[in-house]
Structure formats: structure tokens, C-alpha cells
Design a protein around this ligand. Structure first.
Ligand code: FAD
Length: 478
């Protein structure tokens, strides 16, 4: 039985999916394949699971949804657990795979898996772009020559123009569905993960992604004020929360942009609608940086030629990961991340800055912790943002640190986010809430809390720690 296979990876959708369209148009019976690769569920060199239960559960829901969507198109989705090369080798015992279609991935691990699959197949392989707003070939510069700063990149796009393609429709259903053994999805336990203790914060799949898109734009009308609210840390509608669906390709950025344009035509076009586009551009930018610099993204020196004196310190690392540094903004954010697999952009910036600029720790360990826990983990966005925060990205070299106490005051003035995640501080009111270590004995008595017992004392002094790291960093990078 001769078939065309669509290999789904970080593109778990049927809309705006060129490989799927091509497969349907090639005239052969079509089979979708998704592989749970054990390599994605192993421990990293720092000892954390590469994929923790939040993301694994989101992927499972997304694969289930994809199976339903494909079923409506009369296309089976074969799901297997195993090394992709071996999985495809076994599949071709059952069917003659003469065409293979998939989306390009820029990560080296994904490309290694691709090579393994191509080695065992004789199929003609067709690869398409599909993860970004702009296809690399539609940019006004060579994709490997992405400008060194985001702002140069944005200006080039806005000045010289780039083609924003409309999203492709899902293909028409095929006449008949092939009868193949589709296989069950593995359980979390089979992936070596614990069960979820509470429902997943975001439901996986294109169906849910489309619902979120409709909700954020048209039902709640929040896009209108996105630019003002996007730095909020507590409310679900403070920002779009599209990232989980974008990271797994349940939505493509072009599907988002099409709806934004619709919203602009029907409701309002303002700074906020532009700003969502602006943020999606950041995502494209980091993908291009990854394309250009490859695995340099994972080096201690980042994109620099010198290595800052990063440290390892078990006690400090554990305090950061478990949310007990003594700095409420850091602790609330890290507890949120550990409990839900998500924390806001503002929170991510602050905790990454605290890790590198106050604690001077090896940024790769922090990034790897994020990689483990984040539902929306995206290799280029995660490592790109970490490089940026660590001061080893391709932007101008500077030592910029966030003041995590001031940031809490500015972005959580009534303390609602801090109180939500730090119940032991529930009776501590702003402004003391932002720096509880400054409370007098009398303050602590009134709030019914003992700093150092009920809530930790700071693990490092706020300003001195930054000064110390700054001197070391600038000396090493001179
Ligand atoms: P919104 O503010 O609504 O933005 C809309 C979309 O734009 C996002 O969904 C995302 O796709 C994109 N976007 C926004 N900001 C950025 C940014 N700085 N970099 C890249 N894309 C952006 N984002 C990920 O998708 N995956 C990651 O693994 C990831 N790791 C990060 C690590 C650090 C240290 C930092 C500082 C940021 C990281 N981000 C990552 C970027 C950003 O924090 C999230 O995209 C954002 O918080 C998701 O929430 P949202 O969808 O509500 O964002």
C-alpha cells in the first residue's frame, strides 16, 4: 500500500499546514504520524526532566485533538512511542511510504531525528516553513544575516517590507480513511512522569487554541488594551496567553495575525493591536537568531567570545527553583512556574535577571529549569531570552539588572499576585510586602509572621549582590 506521510512535530494543527495540504494534493492515501520520542522525556545533564508533566500533558491533549481533526478529514493519525528512526523503519514494514512531508525545525535535536528518519526511508521528502509570521525566504535580508538587534530587525521589516502570507485553509476531506493501526497515546506514567495534581492551566489542541483566540480578541475584547495590561502577572487576560498553542503549533502566528487584522477592521486598530504583532515579531526574531547561531545558543558564553564567571551553588539554585529566595516577586513567580508550568513575561524577566545578575549563576541551568517546566517551551524563545537576560546575546554588551523589589512595586502595586502565590505573606500589606526583610519586629508581630522562619530572609543582599556580579562580569568580558 503506497502512502504519503505527514510527520507532525511542533505543528499540531490542520489549518495553515502546508505539508498536510501537499500530502492531500499529491493524490496518494495520506497518513499522519506523531512520535513521542523517549529522548524528549529523559533527564538533562543538570538532572531535570527535559519535559515535565505540564508540557507532556498539553502535548497529549494536542495530539488527541489533532487525531480528531484529522479523522474529520479521513486521515488516520498513527501515534508511536520510540526513537523516530526506528518508528518509521517499523512503519514501512506495514505501508510503502513514498512521500514524506513535514515542517522544517531549526533545533539540532529535531534535525538529528530527521536525519535518522531519512536514513531509513527511500521516500521523496518535502520540507516547508510554517512556524513564523514570515517565511525566511520572504524576508528583506538573507535569513542567516538577521540583524544583531531586535530593533534593527524590526525596522528592516517595517522599512523594506516582508510578505505576510495568509494562513492556508485545512484541506478538503479525503474520500476514504485508510485502515491502519493508529495506536494509543502513552500515559504520563509511561513517559516517566507524575500525574497532574490539578487540571492543566491551558488545554492543548487547535480547537482550544482557536477558542482562546476568539476569547481574547472578540469575546473579552482584551486586545483593545493589550499594550496597557500585558505586563500584569495575575489575571488570565492580562496578556494573550497564546504562547502554549504557538509553541506546539496548535496555532500558527499567521492564524493569529489574520484574526488580529479582522479585529482591526471590525473593532479598533490601535497601539495595542500593533503591539501583539510586535511581540510576535520577537518570536520570529529569536527563531532567526537560532537559525543563524545554531548550537552556540547553548554555550556558557552565548553569542559572545568570552565566558562570564558563572557559578554553581546548590543552595542558591534550590532556593530559586523552590521560590524561597526571600524576594517575594522571585518567589511568587517561581512557585507559579512550579505549580502550573507557566509564568508571565514580566516574571520570567525578573527571575532570569535575579538568577544571573544577583546570584551570578550559570544561565544554562536556569534555562534548563525553564525548559523542563514551561508548557510553552520553545527552544529559540527560551534560550534566546535567557541569553538576552544573561547579557551574552548578540545585542550590545551591557550589564542590566532588574531591581526585583521595585519591579514588584511597579507591576503588582496592590500585591495581588504576591499574595496569591505567597499565602504566608497574606497579612503583610504593600509596601512592606515588596521587601518583607525590612519589617521591624513590631511589624512582624502585627502581621503574624516571623521573617527567617515563616518566610525566608534574603539569600543575598539586593544591591551588593548586583554590584559584586557586575564587577566580575565586566572584568571577564573586557
Ligand atoms: P503575549 O504578551 O500575549 O505575547 C504574544 C506572543 O508573542 C506570545 O505568545 C509569544 O509567542 C510572543 N512573545 C512575546 N514576548 C516574547 C519574547 N520575549 N520572546 C519570544 N516571543 C515572545 N516564550 C515562549 O513562547 N517560549 C519560551 O520558552 C519562552 N521562554 C522565555 C524565557 C525567558 C527568560 C523570558 C524572559 C521569556 C520567555 N518567553 C518564552 C517569552 C515570553 O515570556 C512568553 O512568550 C510570554 O510570556 C507568553 O505569554 P503570552 O502568550 O501571554 O504573551
Amino acid at each position: 500500500m503506497e502512502v504519503a506521510v505527514v510527520w507532525f512535530r511542533k505543528d499540531l494543527r490542520t489549518v495553515d499546514h502546508r505539508p498536510l495540504r501537499r500530502a492531500v494534493e499529491c493524490g496518494l492515501p495520506v497518513v499522519g504520524v506523531y512520535v513521542f520520542d523517549p529522548a524528549d522525556y529523559q533527564k538533562t545533564r543538570y538532572g531535570f526532566k527535559k519535559t515535565e508533566r505540564f508540557r507532556a500533558a498539553f502535548i497529549m491533549e494536542s495530539v488527541r485533538d489533532l487525531r480528531r481533526e484529522l479523522n474529520d478529514l479521513n486521515i488516520p493519525l498513527v501515534v508511536r512511542f520510540g526513537d523516530p528512526g526506528e518508528v518509521f523503519d517499523a512503519l514501512q514494514e506495514k505501508m510503502r511510504i513514498s512521500r514524506l512531508f513535514f515542517h522544517e525545525e531549526i533545533g539540532s535535536e529535531e534535525q538529528t531525528a530527521e536525519r535518522a528518519v531519512r536514513q531509513v526511508l527511500t521516500a521523496k521528502v518535502t520540507i516547508d516553513h510554517g512556524h513564523n509570521l514570515y517565511d525566511p525566504d520572504d524576508l528583506p535580508f538573507e535569513p542567516y544575516a538577521v540583524p544583531d538587534t531586535f530593533s534593527q530587525f524590526r525596522k528592516r521589516i517595517e522599512k523594506d517590507g516582508a510578505l505576510l502570507r495568509p494562513p492556508l485553509k485545512a484541506p478538503q476531506p479525503l474520500g476514504k480513511k485508510l485502515n491502519v493501526e493508529e495506536g494509543d497515546l502513552p500515559s504520563l506514567q509511561e513517559l516517566g512522569l507524575e500525574e497532574l495534581k490539578q487540571p492543566l492551566r491551558f488545554r492543548g489542541g487547535m480547537t482550544e487554541g482557536l477558542k482562546r483566540l476568539q476569547h481574547y480578541l472578540f469575546e473579552s475584547d482584551q486586545l483593545r488594551v493589550y499594550k496597557e495590561t500585558r505586563n500584569g502577572m495575575l489575571e488570565e487576560d492580562d496578556s494573550s496567553k497564546f504562547s502554549p498553542w504557538l509553541a506546539h503549533g496548535c496555532l500558527s502566528p499567521r492564524m493569529v495575525m489574520e484574526e488580529v487584522q479582522c479585529y482591526e477592521a471590525e473593532r479598533v486598530k490601535n497601539d495595542s493591536t500593533y503591539w501583539l504583532y510586535f511581540e510576535l515579531l520577537w518570536r520570529d526574531y529569536f527563531h532567526l537568531v537560532h537559525r543563524r547561531y545554531g548550537d552556540d545558543l547553548f554555550q556558557a558564553s552565548g553569542l559572545r567570545d568570552r565566558v562570564p564567571p558563572w557559578e554553581r551553588n546548590d543552595e542558591h539554585e534550590a532556593a530559586w527553583m523552590e521560590g524561597r529566595t526571600g524576594y517575594p516577586l522571585v518567589d511568587a513567580s517561581m512557585r507559579e512556574l512550579a505549580a502550573t508550568g507557566f509564568t508571565s513575561n514580566r516574571a520570567r524577566q525578573n527571575v532570569a535577571s535575579f538568577w544571573t545578575k544577583n546570584l551570578g549563576l550559570d544561565w544554562r541551568v536556569g534555562a534548563s529549569w525553564f525548559e523542563s517546566l514551561l508548557i510553552d517551551y520553545d527552544v529559540a524563545s527560551n534560550y534566546g531570552n535567557w541569553l538576552y537576560q544573561a547579557g551574552v546575546g548578540n545585542d550590545a554588551l551591557q550589564f542590566r539588572a532588574f531591581n526585583v523589589v521595585k519591579q514588584a512595586k511597579d507591576y503588582d502595586p496592590d500585591g495581588a499576585f504576591l499574595h496569591h502565590w505567597l499565602p504566608e505573606l497574606s497579612r503583610v500589606k504593600p509596601p512592606k510586602l515588596f521587601a518583607p526583610y525590612e519589617m521591624t519586629d513590631e511589624d512582624q508581630q502585627k502581621a503574624g509572621i516571623v521573617i527567617g522562619k515563616d518566610y525566608p530572609k534574603p539569600i543575598v543582599p539586593l544591591f551588593d549582590s548586583v554590584e559584586k556580579q557586575k564587577v566580575k562580569f565586566l572584568k571577564a568580558m573586557k
